[in-house]
Design a protein around this ligand. Structure first.
Ligand code: PGA
Length: 233
C-alpha cells in the first residue's frame, strides 16, 4: 500500500482526477465508485473535464459501491440520486450499475449485482472513501474479508455520521470486501482530521474489526490523503 500525501482536499481531488483520466484514456475501464462528501469535488472536476471535451467516458462502465435499502432513485438521499446528479447525467459513461435498494428480493439483488460485475469482466479501478470506524463501502467492522455483495445493517457510528444528511435507513446493499479486493487497482481518498483516527487504525493490525486494514494486503492500493488526515503518521 502506498501513501501519497497532498496539501488539502482540492489537491486530493486533483490527484485522483489525474489518475482516473489517465486510466480512462488508456483502456476501456470498469470502475467502482463511492458516494459521500469525499468524492464530491472529484466528480465535479471530471464533469468539467468532460464538458471541455477533454475526456470521453464512452468505454467506461461504473458500479456504485452501495445503496440504501428502501430509498427510491428519486429520493435525494439515495445514492442513485447522488450519482445521477453529481456525475452520471452529465457524462457519457456507457453503462452504470447501482444496487436496487427497492428490490423485493434483496438477496437476489445482491447475487445479481455480483454477477453483473463478473459479466463486465471485474472491477479495474475502485475509488473508496473511509468511514470514521474504518468501514469501506458499507462494510462495517466485523464484516468477513471474504464477503461479496450483501445486505448490511449499518452501525450506530455510521448512522450518526450520516445523520448530517437527515434520517437515513439503517440497512444498505454494499459490495463486499472480497468484491473490492478483486479490483485490479484501488485508490482510497481521505481528507480532514476526522479521518485521522480511521487511517491510523487502517495502518495497524489487519483485522476484520477494521475493514479498511485489509487493503494492506492488496497488491495495487494507493491512499491519497491530506496532512490533516495523516496527522498521526
Ligand atoms: P464521507 O464518507 O466521504 O462522506 O466522509 C466516507 C465513507 O463513509 O465511506
Amino acid at each position: 500500500m502506498r501513501i501519497t500525501e497532498v496539501a488539502n482536499y482540492t489537491s486530493m481531488s486533483e490527484k485522483a482526477e489525474k489518475i482516473i483520466l489517465r486510466e480512462v484514456r488508456e483502456r476501456p475501464l470498469i470502475m467502482a465508485l463511492p458516494t459521500g462528501s469525499t468524492p464530491e469535488m472529484l466528480y465535479s472536476m471530471l464533469v468539467e473535464e468532460y464538458k471541455r471535451g477533454k475526456v470521453n467516458f464512452s468505454e467506461v462502465v461504473t458500479f456504485n459501491l452501495d445503496e440504501y435499502v428502501g430509498l427510491s432513485p428519486a429520493n435525494p438521499n439515495s445514492y442513485h440520486y447522488y450519482m445521477n446528479e453529481r456525475f452520471l447525467k452529465h457524462v457519457n459513461v456507457s453503462e452504470s450499475y447501482i444496487p436496487d435498494g427497492m428490490a423485493q428480493d434483496l438477496e437476489k439483488e445482491c447475487a445479481d449485482y455480483e454477477n453483473k460485475i463478473k459479466r463486465e469482466g471485474g472491477i479495474d479501478l475502485a475509488i473508496l472513501g473511509i468511514g470514521g470506524n474504518g468501514h469501506i463501502a458499507f462494510n462495517e467492522p466485523g464484516t468477513s474479508f471474504e464477503s461479496r455483495t450483501h445486505v448490511v445493517k449499518l452501525s450506530a457510528d455510521t448512522l450518526k455520521e450520516n445523520s448530517r444528511f437527515g434520517e437515513m435507513p439503517n440497512r444498505a446493499i454494499t459490495m463486499g470486501i472480497g468484491t473490492l479486493m478483486c479490483a485490479r487497482k484501488i485508490i482510497l481518498l481521505a481528507s480532514g482530521k476526522k479521518k485521522a483516527r480511521a487511517l491510523k487504525m487502517m495502518m495497524g493490525a489487519i483485522t476484520e474489526e477494521v475493514p479498511a486494514s485489509v487493503l494492506q494486503k492488496h497488491s495495487d492500493c494507493k491512499i491519497i490523503a491530506d496532512g490533516e488526515a495523516l496527522r498521526f503518521f
